[in-house]
Unconditional design. Sequence first.
Lengths: 405, 404, 251
Amino acid sequence: MYFKLAWRNMWRSRRRTFITISSIFFAVIFAILMRVAVVGLFDKLIADTVSLTSGYIQVHHSGYWENRSVDSTFEDNPKLTAILNHEKEVTAWAPHLESFALASSGNRTKGIMVTGIDPEKENAVSNLSKKIIAGRYLTRNDKGIILAEGLAAYLKLKLNDTVVLIGQGYEGNMASGKYAITGIAKLGIPEMNKGMAWLPIAAARDFLSTGARYTSISMLINNQARLDKIKQSIIDQTRGAGYEIMTWKEMIPELDQLFQAKMVQNEIMSGVLYLVIAFGIFGTILMMLNERLHEFGILIAIGMKKGLLSAVVVIEMVLMSVVGVVLGMICIYPLVLYYHIHPIKLTGDMGKSTELYNIEPVIQMSTNISNFIIQGYVVLLIAVLLSLYAIFKIHKIKVIEAINS
Amino acid sequence: MLFKIAWRNIWRNHTRSLVVIAAVAVGLFAGMFMIAFFQGAVKQEIDSTVETQLSHLQFHNPAFIDDKDANYTIYNGRAIIDILKRDINVKAVSGRVITTGMISSSSTAAGVEIHGIIPGDEKTISSISQDIVEGTYFTGLKKNEIVIGKKLSEKLGVKLHNKIVLTFQSKSGDLTAGSFRIAGIFRSRNSTFDEITVFTQFGDLAALLGTGNEVHEIAVILKDGQKVEQVTKMYKKAYPLLLVQTWKELSPQIALLTGVMDQMMYIIIGIILLALMFGIINTMLMAVLERQREFGMLMAIGMNKPRVFFMILLESVMLTCAGIPAGILLAIGTVGYLSKHGIDLSSISKALSQFGFSNIIYPDLQHSVFLPIILMTAFTAVLSAIYPAIKALRFKPAEAIHKI
Amino acid sequence: MKTIQRILLTALALFIISSFAYAQSAKEIVTKAEDNIKGLSSVTEMTILIKRPTWTRSMSMKGWTKGEQYSMIVVTAPAKDAGTVFLKRVKEIWNWLPNIERVVKLPPSMMSQSWMGTDLTNDDLVKASSRIDDYNHKIVGDSVIEGRKCWKIEMIPLASAAVVWSKVNMWIDKKDYLELRLEFFDEDNKLVNVMQGSDIRTIGGRVMPAKLEMIPVQKKGQETIITYSSAVFNQPISVDFFTTQNMKKAK
């Protein structure tokens, strides 16, 4: 019965209903826009940083991360690769055979990290081929090496020159090799740009005398929010095999700390937005109540209980809020999807330098539905809470005054 | 005359007027708070990097960056330090001697970057002296004291007062070693920094390196961090053979991250102003709807449409003018309080507090933002009144009078 | 009274003199033992066995030394590593790697890396000369090792010495001044490294332990064993032998 009354009231003044719904509609839209922009920005920054360094999740031999020794490697295991291939949420994975080594040319020597890679798989994870500034990217059967730009400069080497690598191999073997420079890559982070080199895995295995082994496998996932669940899933499926599975948060805690701090800042700013939205909605509600004072007065005068009236009005508000929220969510989705596929480019002189750091200066709105639902829920909550004010106001009505307004 | 009518209208309906004033005040407050908050956040980030590692600007011998050979000292470094100390823009200067080498304990060894510093000077430049978790930052009483990071101490398996050996190449190319005792252990926000950086006293390291009084690095903290670009430019000109760099040039990744966040700020403020605008529009629309009878009456007794329009607009302007001071007061009050006590982010997020570092933001409101924000808010508020005002004109007087 | 006083004084004097003599003697003993090892020059053949919990590796080498400052070692087996040469000239270390035909100088950053995969570091090889100058020596007892009577000498590094140990115990055999056992302690007085000599024979005219074990006590299942199969001592070798050019011809 309340419902019927509420429903009819809504339709009696289309204009009023429309204005109320629209205030909630816009509130939801702004709340969603702000959230997807910020979340999308963070997700992309993390994705960009992580893809070049650690990947989202890595598989190692148990104990490897503590002392990174080439003796702490694991075998190339078809069961493991099958699990990774099968896991739908893992969008790409790349194996590495990595070790500290000395790179030398003439009388110049430098300590570096040399990584054996599977060129195709590596590219799917870190886009390494896009960083090549001279020569070409590696193929699986190459015998050559890619040097980071700063390293090549320090050793005074160019394309096709030879560089010597020596180091400690697997099981105490001495590692030594000479390689022709197939390509030079430029990395944005100066420390990495001065101290990295890549070999095809076969050549790296030869260098380190490891046989078919890896130091790590890194992977990308498609839904950052499910990071820990995916990690647990892999742990469960590989139990007993002696692996350690780590997320980027464990491997690069500084980055995690930075983003956690940013998330909190974002919460505070969302709070401010909610405040502004709440005032907007409240204003609308207040005006609506004011406008209907006369109507309420008459209803009470002819015998309607204040409690019933309050309930009906609140139900009206709830209905309108739900409609506003749902409509808002549906209408804004296409816009968000568009900006997800065609991210907003941030301007300024940042634009030029950023390709280097593998960080694209864009706002790629997140299409993650949970963002929509969370914001819709919050706005709904705000609207409903504010509408409870109606109960208060109706209770205070002095009938004569109301009728004469 | 219109003015008088508008004025009276405002006072006639307290509730409506108050709501609009409040909306404007809240909008203004929101805008100002956001900016102050953002400034505080950016400042905190910059400060923590600048204070721990980079300082505002640094001087080096250009050859030193690629190959930290002890020979690549700054020509006339001491004289430059004196000049810097007398520069009124400069808050603090520290000259350092730096080399790379190995640190060995009885169980392991690791590669490190060794900084030889003058504790008195360095304290004013780097916050590491406050990040000491065990021991002290150099008593200056003993020779060969060393301060290392917590992560490194764990890796080497050493504790306070243990002995370690530093091995590195001296100026003449010979392998040199010296034993040092751990006087203090620090822990900064950057665990990688903790793992690879160790601090010794200037004299101790210079003696082993054979570099005498020369320095490899001069770090400068300015009184006003915003002036870093111009001060650096000035010194780049004065010393064309040296490498003079701002912290942004030294660590472009951080500059990039903060730059991206800055741009976000404008977008977020835009969204808030839009939300404000729609909020006011809706409120005003509802108010206009409520006042249908009134407008109908006015138009029936002869007030022409343009006049009605301007009357409504005037009302908005006056309400906005009332809302602005309220908003400013609210903003100043809140930011004033928070800029002293700070907002502790770690208390809001458990995920953040487990890192164990304080994350306090001190909102910072510069006078320069007042005017733009006030203008923007006022503009938005008045703009939002236009649509409802136009709507009001659509009423047909006869209909309006009969409206109940 | 006078007589008692005199006797006491003399006894005191003797005591002081003898303890003084004793301390000097400790240092002398160590110096003699060290000189023993250095010899003037040597040409040796040896096998190195590296043991780890999960693997074992064996290498055969031939080495030339002159004093403590010059040495050259060439790997003779296994075939994969044969021809690799290690050269030490005073404080510089060089490697000759035949499979890539390059001479490489070891930078300081590689100094703490293990030497040829053993439990010795490059650092150990370069700095061994400090055992006499960087420590205070004291005889603290007697022991029997490998059926030989030994002094147990406690060596405490000088405050300024660039040494990571807080204490090194050395057992030196009384007859031939052989260093038969070394114990290295960290500052918590925990035993970290042990070097043990055994299988004492006459090789190349000198009495020496033919087997040396380097044991990192804290790392279970790990050790390096050097076994000398032949040695020729004091054959004159010129300093010019120890050059980077010669590395390529070493056999």
